[in-house]
Design a binder for this molecule. Structure first.
Ligand code: FMN
Length: 222
């Protein structure tokens, strides 16, 4: 039973069914596989949460998502957006996908879903903050609720290490860096994968809590 803290008269406390499963969609583009590694880590983090079902949706080189993917996005409690940084922004295929949501934007169909984002680039900076900012603004236009990384910066003191979680010290979302001459079997490195995993789990935990809270509110209102 879930109790609202403000209820003092226990006879009036409504009961709600145990938490129903929430759905987390990780939608991403990856040109040569590096960002896919990050997406899979975010997916693993989301899937690690009891009562959460996670879905990995790939945007193809033409910026297309299939019908199953769109249905999963529409039904999701939370959408985690991921793209490589190309020329200081999301890759063109991912931007095509973002633009293709404009009919949904007009209806505010994704309003009040949770949203979060990740990006990967070759440079340690590589201007990839601009990509996360664009993803966050996209979510704002849809009326979504943006979830930041929720981690202190890693690797920013003399005692820090490149193996630290959040080694790239982002707040807006999960960042990863992949050396341009190495394949996705090597990069992004484990610390960046764990950081993406953290984001996926954080979003799924919050989505589960929000779903439960909304069920309580609906129960009280009925
Ligand atoms: C067209 C293009 C533009 C790029 N622009 C940037 C950039 O602005 N900053 C950066 O650090 N890396 C940039 N990169 C490197 C990619 O972000 C990097 O190789 C990344 O790992 C690619 O991810 P993917 O394999 O998922 O496509 C660019 C790569 C391409 C192909």
């Amino acid at each position: 039973m879930i109790k609202h803290p403000s209820w003092t008269n226990t006879s009036s406390i409504p009961t709600v069914a145990p938490m129903t499963s929430c759905s987390i969609a990780v939608v991403y583009h990856s040109g040569s596989g590096h960002t896919r590694v990050q997406a899979e880590a975010a997916f693993d983090g989301a899937a690690s949460v009891e009562d959460a079902s996670a879905h990995l949706i790939s945007v193809d080189a033409a910026g297309q998502v299939d019908d199953v993917g769109w249905d999963l996005l529409d039904a999701a409690d939370a959408i985690i957006l991921g793209a490589p940084t190309y020329m200081a922004g999301p890759s063109a295929p991912f931007k095509t996908f973002l633009d293709a949501t404009s009919a949904r934007w007009a209806e505010q169909r994704w309003c009040d879903k949770l949203a979060a984002g990740f990006t990967n680039s070759a440079g340690l900076s590589g201007d990839k903050l601009a990509t996360l900012q664009q993803l966050a603004l996209f979510a704002m236009q849809h009326g979504m609720i943006w979830i930041g990384l929720g981690l202190l910066p890693g690797n920013h003191t003399s005692g820090g290490s490149p193996d630290d979680l959040n080694r790239l010290a982002a707040f807006l979302g999960a960042m990863a860096q992949s050396n341009a001459d190495e394949g996705p079997q090597l990069v992004p490195p484990p610390a960046d994968r764990r950081t993406a995993q953290h984001l996926g789990r954080r979003v799924a935990l919050l989505a589960a809590e929000l779903r439960t809270a909304r069920a309580v509110v609906a129960e009280v209102g009925s």
